[in-house]
Design a protein. Structure first.
Length: 174
């Protein structure tokens, strides 16, 4: 049984780091703490009340920002250098850090839907649920990730953005 497998049945027992600000980010189920991207914040999450009152919740000392749109969690932006939480992939904790490599990311997530190369910066775009969920890994130095963004209806869901990034693959992704 995975850490978040009891999500729908007994959220009161789910430890999402509520007292510490240390966030659990499930990069394969698209859940931040106990709240799925695209859903209203679960009141058991330490950020829920703040995010319901404000569209942005920043916890800079722990390396993340969460955003809401129309009362639902719409994105998580993570600065790896400062991140003090945990990442899950397929119910397993994975050691993603600012020292990880593109090869390690690709081993974990497979080939990205699109890769943007701009000067020294690289962005790997992963698209899920027919493009309604986007996971980005940004490599400011071209080698190591600096930022992870998980969002609902991401950048590439917009036709104009796909054009500006030079995307040649069909949309929506399968």
């Amino acid at each position: 049984m995975g850490l978040l497998s009891s999500f729908d049945t007994n959220r009161d027992d789910l430890n999402t780091g509520s007292g510490t600000g240390q966030l659990i980010v499930d990069l394969s189920a698209f859940i931040i703490g106990g709240t799925p991207i695209g859903r209203a914040p679960w009141d058991g999450d330490f950020f829920a009340q703040s995010l319901l009152q404000n569209e942005i919740f920043r916890f800079e000392e722990s390396g993340y920002e969460l955003g809401s749109d129309e009362g639902v969690l719409s994105y998580a932006f993570i600065t790896l250098e400062n991140f003090r939480g945990s990442f899950l992939v397929q119910d397993q904790i994975v050691p993603l850090t600012a020292r990880s490599t593109k090869e390690e990311i690709i081993t974990l997530f497979g080939e990205p839907y699109w890769t943007d190369l701009d000067d020294d910066e690289v962005i790997l775009f992963y698209e899920y649920r027919s493009g309604s969920i986007e996971l980005q890994f940004e490599f400011p130095n071209g080698q190591n990730p600096g930022f992870i963004t998980l969002m609902q209806n991401g950048i590439l869901s917009d036709a104009g953005q796909r054009k500006s990034y030079g995307v040649t693959k069909p949309w929506p992704p399968e």
